[in-house]
Ligand binder design. Sequence first.
Ligand code: PMP
Length: 441
Amino acid sequence: CFVPTQKAEILNQRKAKFGDNLKLTYSDPVMFMRGWKHHLFDEWGRPYLDSYNNVPHVGHAHPRIQQVAADQLLRMNSNTRYLHPAQIAFADKVLSRMPKSLDVCFFVNSGTEANELALRLARAHTGGKDMITPDHGYHGNTTGAIDISAYKFNAKGGVGQADWVQLIDVADDYRGRYRRDDPQCAEKYAAQVDNALANIKQRHGKLAGFIAETFPSVGGQIIPPQGYLKSVYARVRAVGGVCIADEVQTALGRLGEYYFAFEQQQVVPDIVVLGKPIGNGHPIGVLVTSRAIADSFAQGPEYFSTFGGSNLSCRIGKEVLDIVDDENLMDNALQMGNLLLDGLHSLHDKYDIVGDVRGQGLFIGLDLVTDKESRTPGTDIADYVKNRMRENRILMGTEGPADNILKIRPPMCIERQDVLMILNVMDKVLAEAQSLINMKD
Ligand code: PMP
């Protein structure tokens, strides 16, 4: 049985037994022993408000997930080489939300694996190898997924850019090259695909496709300008490329108004990748595509994943999606997201260090700056705010190329009083940070 004073020992053991690049969130790390809905409890039983973790989509320790997991484990847990009704039920549920043209599912074990598979499908379908992707993107931790993740291959000590990868700007209309005040902003970002295509031609390559997080998350919780993806997809498809939407961070109703972010951009991808929230913590990735693309892939060797689409995974995945519907969590994301965004916009008006507030539903980012005029990224400020929020037992993260974007993505069941608490505490913490900045001036 765990004794709370062992925390320091666990930290020491962790350092001894794991690699140094397995990072902890806080310099004084936090340890959680229990969870309930959007709350976590540390080794002393103290509650924290989890406003960061989008994996427990329907809430930590949801009783319905516990029940189906226990039930299935008591029966059996095997793979997709045998028939099982849970596979069909899960596929039906996923497909019921998808555009009609996307009608084939692949079940895997993570977002990484689904993106890796997406690469293979795009290449099988087009006969091309080259990929176009926005800067600062993240699609996973395997060799192939890293190659299309500028956030990792361009990081210090990273593997660098492969010759088959073309980077375009991330469509950040607050601090990017083209900004909100430019009515042509979306089109100008999308036109960068033309340069990428010219580069591919020059190196005698062939395009396989385009991959992007529909709303770039590690790039800084970015909502691309309206019309952006429509224009990108048109350019990619004009030369036969496949359009892949990585919806790992944005799917399943988190955006409140939209079940998937590609709906907001009014596009239908050729491949959609789902992960993280779809298992509520159990490792599940899903790829959905068209029959034509699946058929091209089926020309190759047998596809099999030992654990992907296990009976247990299918039961859990289906249950997560049912809970989103049964508990009206998409509507809750809209209501709570709007409440939070309204309050954050007021804080933006109040503090010079809040450069931008952006979001949709419960996918929210605050771009913190040293001052609104220069928009200089407030990296230290974001770190200060994140840590002070934690001291007030509210969890959130930082993100973006300069790590100055405060990232808020709570479980979908967050309630009004929690949102009000976040706003109240953040008001105080931003006031502290602002006065520290003012003292420096
Ligand atoms: N795509 C996106 C957009 C992600 O945010 C992540 C994980 N942060 C992944 C893919 C990889 O998912 P996983 O860690 O489950 O392999």
